[in-house]
Design a protein around this ligand. Structure first.
Ligand code: V0V
Ligand code: CO
Length: 138
């Protein structure tokens, strides 16, 4: 069901500073920047590699407000790994299959994600403490 690791989401206080750090340290480059009001984030995707199933990325996330998923995460845990996102062929179908196993779905239906993707989150408490995202590329 899972095609690849699409991206790792990293929570940060200052997006521009973290972009500069990742670019100078790892030689990766930003391929997309977006403000996603629904998710409460300003985010950037930095390209890591391409595979048969599609690309893989680092997603840097800065909260738009303290009272958002990433804002609350930063207040509680500080900067660091926020979520892991797996590529799937069909996010609606994957939600059905995974939901049937008893894992709580944060999103019952796909939402708008970076670079035109369709995304949905699974509850970290049911995935061994890892906030997990499913991504269907456009
Ligand atoms: C919270 N918890 C986490 C966590 N965030 N555990 C692991 N990883 C995380 N990122 C734990 C937290 O420590 C609590 O455990 C428990 O879950 C409840 O957390 P809370 O602080 O009370 O917060 P809630 O319940 O209000 O919200 C938590 C959830 C929320 C995961 C439900 O953050 C959410 O809906 N996330 C999905 C949307 C999202 O994250 N969007 C931003 C990325 P204890 O302390 O009780 O044990 S947007 C994105 O990736 C995009 C656009 C893209 O890829 O394109
Ligand atoms: Co993400």
């Amino acid at each position: 069901m899972l095609l690849r690791i699409d991206h790792v989401g990293i929570a940060c206080e200052n997006l521009e500073e973290k972009i500069a750090f990742y670019e100078s340290t790892f030689g990766v480059t930003v391929v997309s920047r977006e403000v996603n009001e629904e998710q409460g984030v300003k985010e950037a995707m930095l390209h890591v590699a391409d595979g048969e199933g599609g690309g893989s990325y680092i997603q840097l996330l800065e909260p738009l407000h303290p009272d958002t998923p990433v804002g609350k995460f930063l207040a509680k845990r500080g900067e660091g790994l926020h979520h892991v996102a797996y590529g799937v062929t069909d996010v609606t179908q994957a939600l059905q299959v995974i939901g049937d196993t008893g894992v709580r779905l944060i999103d019952k239906q796909p939402r708008h994600g970076a670079m035109g993707s369709s995304i949905a989150f699974l509850h970290p408490k049911d995935v061994g403490g890892v906030l997990t995202e499913l991504v269907q590329s456009p």
